[in-house]
Write a protein that binds this ligand. Structure first.
Ligand code: JHZ
Length: 416
């Protein structure tokens, strides 16, 4: 068998943040292939590597985390297919973020903005347009090359504490450090945060986004759990993590992106604002920092799966055809945990040209361009990229007008 967890991954026994051994597992989604490891036609006949998807709560610092750590080289460096610039909503979200920072911090041609996991330059290009010096750092060579093409200076490599020291020396410290949807992906959580401290000017700010644990649990967004996501953050857990490195969460915003995210503003001086103290108090009031909060989550995830499978099997029994939208990483978790494959779902469509022509891991659905929806007119389309449902539905008016319908699986399977 190709399943050699010892070789490509390790199982953690201590908390990724505080090092405590008080980890309590509360969700087991089984062993699945890697969510972004799309298959070529040739790979379809080869056995796929699978790794356990088990999530635990740390009773000491309350960080929710994946127990298995898959080697980052396998996860991110080789043919990583995620390109941020395929979502207009994300582009707009990022542009507004950059413009707000330029104003807040009065940035100009003598400032420096660094982004960790700068992907294809989707965010930094907004600073470049305004003549503000930038540096992107990203380990995936395809997206990094795309970033350079749009004028974003990019180092292709993993950001570590060591790299932070080199960057600070060679480029100077930054006025603004961005890190969107990256902290949860990093195996050395403490090293990464310490590195942020090193590249930040004493008066600088790190503006960091990550999916928020509370909507994940409340809206059963279990499909955002996959091996790339090692941590699922509450503000409480983040606060403890950053304080350990002399960094302070002074402000927080809640964002709707990716099913509900946090944007934290981290500085080297402590100046905790009301947004942070209010959210910390709320998390404590609802018990997000206790294991009891997660006790029934596994059952609720099971319940969602049963409802979705019943809905799809009823539709199939009535003779309807079903396709899917979004070759997203979260789509892989949804399909594989539910055991959905080409026997129920004919194909999946996605705008990302790097994904088209390939196949979803595990489920093996072929990935086609979105035009296939109108060409083939499946009766129902399972919305795997439900976080962009509004945007996608707005683009698919022709499919809908011809009688097509979407199934949105989260927080409860329903036909829209
Ligand atoms: P999307 C990604 O997860 C990757 P994924 C990553 N692991 C992460 O942390 C989270 O984001 C936050 C397509 N699409 O972005 C593009 C269309 O086809 O929700 C994507 O393949 N048409 C770094 O992969 C997919 O859907 C459209 O109009 O779960 C969406 O995937 C739009 C808007 C998207 O994330």
């Amino acid at each position: 068998t190709l399943e050699q967890p010892g070789k490509y991954s390790r199982t953690e026994t201590c908390c990724r943040s505080c090092g405590s051994g008080a980890l309590e597992a509360f969700l087991d989604l089984g062993s699945t292939p890697l969510a972004d490891r799309l298959l070529t036609e040739k790979m379809l006949t080869e056995e796929e590597l699978t790794f356990p998807l088990v999530v635990a709560f740390c009773k000491d610092c309350s960080l929710v985390q994946m127990l298995e750590t898959v080697s980052p080289e396998i996860l991110f460096a080789d043919a990583y297919p995620y390109y941020s610039s395929f979502s207009p909503a994300l582009m707009e979200h990022s542009r507004k973020n950059a413009l707000a920072r330029i104003k807040d911090r009065d940035l100009g041609s003598d400032s420096l903005v660094i982004e960790l996991a700068s992907n294809d330059g989707y965010l930094l290009r907004n600073y470049v347009e305004k003549g503000i010096p930038v540096l992107g750092i990203d380990p995936a060579d395809g997206p990094a090359a795309a970033a350079r093409k749009v004028g974003v200076k990019t180092i292709c490599g993993f950001f570590t504490e060591e790299m932070a020291a080199d960057v600070a020396e060679a480029e100077g410290q930054a006025d603004v450090v961005h890190g969107n949807n990256v902290l949860a992906h990093v195996a050395d959580t403490n090293g990464f945060v310490a590195g942020i401290g090193k590249i930040l000017k004493p008066t600088g700010v790190a503006v960091i986004e990550m999916p928020y644990l509370l909507p994940l649990i409340e809206h059963i967004e279990f499909d955002t759990i996959y091996h790339e996501h090692l941590c699922y953050f509450s503000l409480t857990a983040l606060d403890k993590l950053f304080r350990r490195h002399g960094l302070y969460l002074n402000r927080v915003e809640e964002l709707s992106i990716h099913g509900g995210s946090l944007r934290i503003f981290v500085e080297r001086q402590e100046n905790v604002g009301e947004s942070v103290s209010t959210m910390l108090a709320n998390e404590s009031a609802i018990g997000l920092d206790t294991p009891e909060f997660f006790a029934e989550f596994s059952e609720r995830v099971d319940g969602l799966r049963s409802k979705l499978l019943a809905l799809i099997s009823d539709l199939k029994a009535e003779g309807h055809s079903v396709a899917a939208y979004g070759a997203a990483a979260k789509g892989a978790t949804m399909l594989n945990y539910c055991g959905l494959d080409t026997t129920q779902i004919d194909f999946v469509v996605d705008r990302n040209a790097h994904k088209q022509g390939k196949y979803m891991p595990g489920a093996h659905l072929p990935i086609l361009p979105p035009e296939a929806l109108v060409e083939k007119q499946p009766d129902y389309v399972l919305m795997l990229a439900w976080n962009f449902a509004d945007e996608i539905i707005a683009q698919q008016q022709d499919y809908l007008a011809a009688g097509g319908r979407f199934i949105v699986p989260v927080p409860e399977p329903r036909i829209v």
